[in-house]
Design a protein around this ligand. Structure first.
Ligand code: ZN
Ligand code: ZN
Length: 129
């Protein structure tokens, strides 16, 4: 894992609520002069590897929160299921594989590959209820 990728991961470790790409860039810039493209590429790689997840609603990135042992150096693809609050924007990665069987059994005319699906559930958190 490259140094820049590590800086991105570190910024997210300190921000349990998640960060936008722009916020991550600003945090990394405090310790290092870096091109925005470098950050965006690191975010893309980490997302593809399943080490971080992005919410479509808030465009924030979150560290993967799965229960299996993860040393943050290897890719571990899985079907991420994120719940996002409509009001305050807090996000949580749900520890469930309930959706995997259902979604993978869907027939698609456009031959979508459901093996690597991600799911985002927008709803209301306990604080905002
Ligand atoms: Zn995850
Ligand atoms: Zn909320």
């Amino acid at each position: 894992m490259g140094k820049n990728t590590q800086l991105v991961l570190n910024s997210l470790k300190k921000s349990p609520k998640g960060l936008t790409a722009y916020q991550i860039l600003n945090i990394v810039l405090k310790s290092k002069s870096i091109q925005p493209m470098t950050i965006y590429r690191a975010l893309k790689d980490l997302t593809n590897n399943g080490l971080i997840h992005k919410t479509n609603k808030n465009k924030t990135f979150h560290l993967c929160n799965t229960t299996h042992v993860c040393n943050m150096t290897e890719a571990h693809e899985h079907n991420a299921v994120l719940a996002v609050c409509n009001d305050c924007g807090v996000a949580e990665e749900l520890k469930t594989d309930l959706f995997s069987k259902i979604i993978k059994s869907i027939k698609s005319k456009k031959k979508f590959n459901f093996n690597n699906f991600n799911l985002e559930i927008t709803t209301t958190c306990k604080e905002c209820n």
